[in-house]
Design a protein around this ligand. Sequence first.
Ligand code: HEM
Length: 435
Amino acid sequence: MPDLPNGPKGKFRSTLAVVRNPREFFVRSVSSYGDPFLLSAMNGPVVVTGKPEYVEQVFRAPPDTFRVFAREAMLPLLGAGSLLMMEGSQHRAERKRVAPPFHGSCMKAYGRAMQSTAQTAINRREEGETFTGVQIGTEISLDVILQTILGADTGPLLAEFRKLTREVLSRSWPILFFSPKTQFRFFGFSPIDRLKHAQQKLRDQLRIELDRRGDQINERDDILSILARPTEESPAPDFEDLADSVGTLMFAGHETTSVSIAWALYHLHRHPVWLHRLRDELDASDQQPDTYATMPLLKAVVQETLRLNPIVTEVLRVVQSPFQLGAYDIPIGHAVAAASCLTHYDPDIYEAPNDFNPERFLDQTYTPSQYYPFGGGTRRCVGAAFASYELAIVLGTILQSHELDLLDQKEVVPVRRNITMGPSTGVRLRVRSRR
Ligand code: HEM
């Protein structure tokens, strides 16, 4: 068995390169060292691959093969009650609690709220008004996830939660997620102090809301109430764990979707031929949310957007029991990364991989190790069905009702937001007219 693969040296330099532009750094490393290669990161050594046969090994490994990557760095930010931080049997039990309301079969219940939120957001903009795709995407996806979590009957509450969630987000500096060393306290003024302060305000509001609900949580069908009550298999969580869990859903459930909305608007306006074909499909439909979610080209546009711009560029796991990746025995304590930003551009899988071409999803399907914008295996995104449904409905609603102009003349590139990547300009758009 060979030793570990080779890779670039210098922990600090490599970490910085991954923070700045993971795809560029990974492509460069693969061309110098091959796939897989060894990345020395500040959070520990990582064997990175984009080859589907190796990605499959990661996703198919028994669940207890891996621990959570960079748990030490993320724990203070997400909390022990976050699904993202849980491992082993605790993770399996928590998924059983969190996943059911996000199953594909439940989506119909959310469609109307998704459509009306998108319609309100685009109608609010006057002719000639400029805005960014990330702005409108955030407005929509934040309201959608908050309504889903809190319940649709929570108007004034929504405004308060919207403000507090945005405050948390604006203080989530990327570097905080990459090393615990950056999380030093300094009389309330350091980045982590400021983030903690914003998180606490959100928690206080959540506690007020739960106290107000009292026994109503046993009858309500919003996610907050579902997660707050006991199930047959587990008692009700304590408040801190519940707040961690809800915080993760708010954060993971809208940042990613908002950025994807922006990218989809970008690609469609750069490639009007697809925009026109999509409009034909939309105009011929009954414009019901459920119809949008099943329209072939609209679905393909969403899939192609997530292929070209995977919001999470690689999914990571730390090896805790013997694991073989290709010809390598990965030592316990080393991490492995399945890099969608490599696989999604593999010319052996995707012809002309740099081109935006939704057609490739109309006439072909891909395996879970060739296409994985939502990760894979037992940790695959719990919100995947929800996000795909929302993306189709939001794009369908905006494009069916308004003509937009793309103001970005130069190519827009992905830049780091926090754990996720987003478009460098936010994707600048202008309302040309109502249709
Ligand atoms: C376009 C939108 C989205 C993208 C691209 C995305 C992507 C991902 C990825 C790549 C992972 C890691 C999977 C892995 O490690 O294999 C993940 C995990 C997760 N996502 Fe999403 N996500 C999106 C939307 C959502 C939504 C809408 C929600 C909730 C409503 C959500 C909640 C979560 C949670 C809770 C996890 C942790 C799962 C676990 O560790 O078991 N995500 N997501």
